[in-house]
Design a binder for this molecule. Structure first.
Ligand SMILES: [Cu+2]
Length: 470
């Protein structure tokens, strides 16, 4: 190999100091909102992490959190250049976002969610009542009484007590009894008289975007627990690297339904419902790999790029965590390329035998069904250790016989950058590897027929720390 540059190594203290300086100045300049954010930064606090799970926690930061969620309507960008009229839950008085904030709580917390229905007859025109349900949580109350289906004129019109439009509220409360990954979503809107409308249907309200993720973090003592470490469940074998925790909330859009809801009048036959767009965390590729809070996606704050480092028994022994959730209508067979994940939990339940035996299993494609959540641990191993001194045992074709993609560093070796042919551009910053991860129902990685968009994201394997990655 000619023209190979060696990886620039700096000491870890220098790298950290440099990173800290860069981060503080970048924060001051608002640069973390651009595509040039530093990695790795996954501090789980809203507005600071360029990639990875973004937690919304209780504003006061204490136990027994309270969240104020407000219904909003707005527009999201889709990968074919169009927009979709969508609904969402936003925190407090914040503007419309899609999907709703990721609510992070601790096991045992009494969780209070106050739903404010800000829908009015001007936005959206249908001004429906809206409720919330918390699948997987038991003993949920609404305004102090059991949360339960609501009937109007002998017809069930909502799965829970609903907040009426023009400022109605409902206070839901439950004890987050079990750790894991959960959904929250609309249970529809109870109509006070007459017959249920299209717009009050839970099916339609979830399709319109009234959903989000709820993360319950474990707090129990258990054998092998390391104080301060991160776990998915109350089990030592569910430990993961908290710098590499990722959310993949999968959804879909039928633009005809959204257009009908925007218009706010008339009927829509749900038997003709036919999604044309599929999304991860409310975005489509390539926006899916943009940073959290990318400025050009003001209503779609959450990215899904997954930056990790190679497994190393000493410096990086813990796996990354993927939390998959689906609010779709059909199975989404999601598969990270080149990697099995270890499925350790489903629907907020650890995969364990009656004696606590580890019943987790390796899986290539993660087939996330409607309403399901899957907790998956994974890492990436540089098993062969290929480097310029341990060359790939195959002759690389001449540059003029190659078509080089935009994520290629010019070298097959992790952490190495090399010459590229004239005119070839690269987004590869430090010899990192990009490995695609996508919905394997290939017709779903489209946007109304525009191919290679939709639920596609990437695992980004950076060279081991310390590295020269910006
Ligand atoms: Cu594939």
């Amino acid at each position: 190999m000619s023209g190979v540059t060696t990886m620039r190594l700096v000491t870890s203290s220098r790298a950290r100091a440099g990173l800290a300086l860069w981060v503080s100045s970048a924060l001051a300049a608002g640069l973390l909102l651009s595509g040039a954010a530093a990695r790795p930064i996954h501090a789980a606090a809203e507005g600071t992490n360029a990639s990875g799970l973004v937690c919304t926690s209780d504003a006061a930061g204490g136990t027994n959190p309270t969240f104020n969620l407000t219904t909003r309507a707005g527009y999201i960008n889709l990968a074919d250049g169009t927009t979709a009229y969508t609904w969402g839950y936003s925190e407090g008085s914040k503007p419309f976002q899609h999907p709703g904030p990721v609510l992070c709580v601790n096991e045992g917390d009494t969780v209070t969610v106050i739903l404010h229905n800000a829908f009015t007859s001007t936005s959206p025109k249908s001004a429906p009542a809206v409720s919330m349900v918390f699948p997987g949580q038991e003993g949920v109350t609404a305004d102090g009484v059991p949360s339960q289906p609501q009937m109007t004129g002998g017809v069930m019109t909502s799965l829970a007590q609903a907040a009426q439009p023009n400022g109605g509220t409902v206070t839901y409360q439950f004890t987050a009894a079990s750790p894991g990954t959960f959904l929250y979503e609309s249970g529809g809107g109870q109509v006070t008289s007459g017959t249920p409308s299209l717009y009050s249907s839970p099916q339609v309200q979830v399709r319109m975007g009234l959903f989000g993720a709820l993360i319950v973090r474990p707090t129990q003592a258990f054998p092998g627990r390391v104080s301060g470490a991160a776990y998915i469940y109350d089990r030592a074998d569910s430990q993961f690297n908290p710098d590499t925790e990722f959310l993949l909330l999968l959804s879909e859009i039928d633009p005809y339904l959204n257009a009908k809801v925007l218009k706010g009048t008339g009927a829509f036959n749900m038997n003709t419902y036919h999604p044309r767009y599929w999304l991860i965390n409310g975005r489509q590729f390539p926006d899916s790999i943009a940073d959290n809070f990318a400025t050009w996606l003001p209503s779609q704050p959450y990215g899904s790029l997954a930056p990790i480092h190679p497994y190393d028994a000493t410096t990086n022994p813990l796996p990354a965590a993927d939390r998959y959730l689906s609010v779709g209508t059909v199975d989404y067979p999601f598969h990270p390329h080149g990697n099995n994940g270890k499925v350790i939990g489903r629907d907020g339940t650890p995969l364990a035998g009656p004696g606590g035996e580890d019943m987790g299993f390796d899986k290539f494609a993660v087939n996330v069904g409607p309403g399901q959540t899957w907790d998956v641990l994974f890492n990436w191993k540089d098993d062969e250790g290929y480097s310029p001194s341990n060359e790939v045992p195959a002759t690389e074709p001449d540059l003029q016989n190659l078509t080089i993609g935009m994520f290629y560093s010019g070298s097959p070796y992790l952490g190495v950058q090399a010459d590229l042919p004239p005119g070839v551009q690269t987004l590869n910053e430090c010899g990192e590897f990009y490995i695609i991860a996508h919905n394997h129902a290939l017709f779903q990685i489209t946007s109304w027929g525009v191919n290679m968009t939709g639920p596609i994201t990437y695992t980004r394997v950076d060279p081991p720390l310390p590295n020269s990655c910006p």
